[in-house]
Write a protein of this length. Structure first.
Length: 117
């Protein structure tokens, strides 16, 4: 019987990495942050960008991201009124981290892609 060893690399309680992973795991979160990294967008633009997302789901996701401090919401007095969203400084950093993950994913894809016959 093999003796089990305790790990010395377990994440600490309340680990910040776990918090970030929980944020990004939400449906449409990464997509919303990705589109907002280019500048502010109104609700209808985001809904058009995110093909397949319902208005209810997008509203819920935007409220969650606002509550988590990654984006800010403001209304413009137009007719009809429009709601605009933009990244907070922390949200911009998060979006930058997403961009870095995409670059790593592209490298991995190139390194492990099977050549076509």
């Amino acid at each position: 019987m093999v003796k089990r060893r305790k790990t010395s690399v377990a994440p600490p309680a309340g680990c910040p990495l776990r918090s970030c992973m929980d944020l990004i795991a939400g449906a449409w979160t990464a997509d919303v942050l990705w589109y907002l990294r280019g500048g502010e967008r109104c609700f209808s633009e985001l809904q058009q960008d995110l093909k397949g997302v319902s208005a209810k789901m997008l509203t819920a996701r935007l409220k969650r991201l606002e509550r988590d401090g990654l984006l800010e919401r403001h209304e413009r007095a137009t007719s009809p009124p429009t709601v605009w969203y933009h990244l907070t400084p922390v949200g911009a950093e998060f979006a930058l981290a997403l961009h870095e993950l995409v670059l790593i994913g592209q490298k991995l894809k190139r390194n492990f892609s099977v050549p076509s016959a």
